[in-house]
Design a protein around this ligand. Sequence first.
Ligand code: SPD
Length: 375
Amino acid sequence: MSRSLLFVMLVAVVLVAVACAPPPAPAPAPAQPEQPAAAEQPPAAPEVQPASEIVLYNWSEYIDPEIYTQFKELTGIDVLEDNFSSNEEMLAKLQGGASGYALIVPSDYTVAIMIEEGMLHKLDHDNIPNLVNLSERFRNVPYDPGNVYCVPYQWGTTGIGYDSAVIDAPTSWAAIFEPDPNTPWYGRTTMLDDPRESFAAALTYLGYDINTTDEKQLQEAKEVLIRAKPGLSGYDSDTFEDLVASGENVMAHGWNGDFLVAQEDNENVAYVVPEEGGVVWVDNICIPATATPEQKLAAEMFINYLLEPEVGAQLSEYNYYASPNAAAEEILGEEFLGDPTIYPPPEVLEKLQYIEPVGEMESLYQRLWDEVKSS
Ligand code: SPD
């Protein structure tokens, strides 16, 4: 058993013992020298106990439900799950006052926005000793150096998934942005229902920076997105991969791991990053500032559990995303680490860009996206 797993178990055992122990008999009051009232010490704050139930607000199908069962067995804490489909949906819900979530999973640029807006608790690293398992490069991510607020959860890329029994790999974003009624994917393609991701695809196709704040470039990208619409069957961030696996669709803009999961249903599902490039992202597990001290402690215990080498490996084997956990990668082995769809080779990596916060222009991206969808 690893020392860190032992730590989690010891914490759990101590907490259960403390919770179940009968109240101690009052100790006889020791004789106290008389003190002036102003010098009296305030009573020590009662020690925080972890909440018995917490809610994780996550992307759909992103965690093996078995992990909740294992964690409950170890600590007695129930983890419930609610889902969102985009960073913007999650952010708007929390900004609108939703509380009750102890854990959320925002992507890189959204972590930066949430830190800026004071929406995240700082993590107590003493409760997360398994942080040592993170790969060096995930300990100092630019949006949260030193993992002060969040712990990287999984990372991946955005490109195009397709049915390789019907078509060859699409080499260019033109497959989506120059719709042709004579192609088998016309009307059988989805794009992500996600303002920054969909604009990133259009801006990449146009050869622009995906974080541009140039309004002319954004208007051009909007026109490209509108031009694509006749070839689309819809915008979808939750079932895009299933629709390709079932044969209903032929192509989808989406996230690499989701297409790999869909391969379990249909081995012809494949994924490619087009020649112009795509997005690389890191999702992170964080504690919203609205979490109570009890929820926060339980949340930190859960984060620590996710960082166990075996649990990190279990997470990647379930969702087929790359792990930021070096100790988990040792368990995942060469076949997983050598899969170019999960761990892009250097020639693909160099064509990928991170979505970054764009400050006040974020609302322009959202407004233009609303215009695309309603056009
Ligand atoms: N099914 C889980 C997919 C998680 C994707 N998160 C990526 C967001 C990148 N903007």
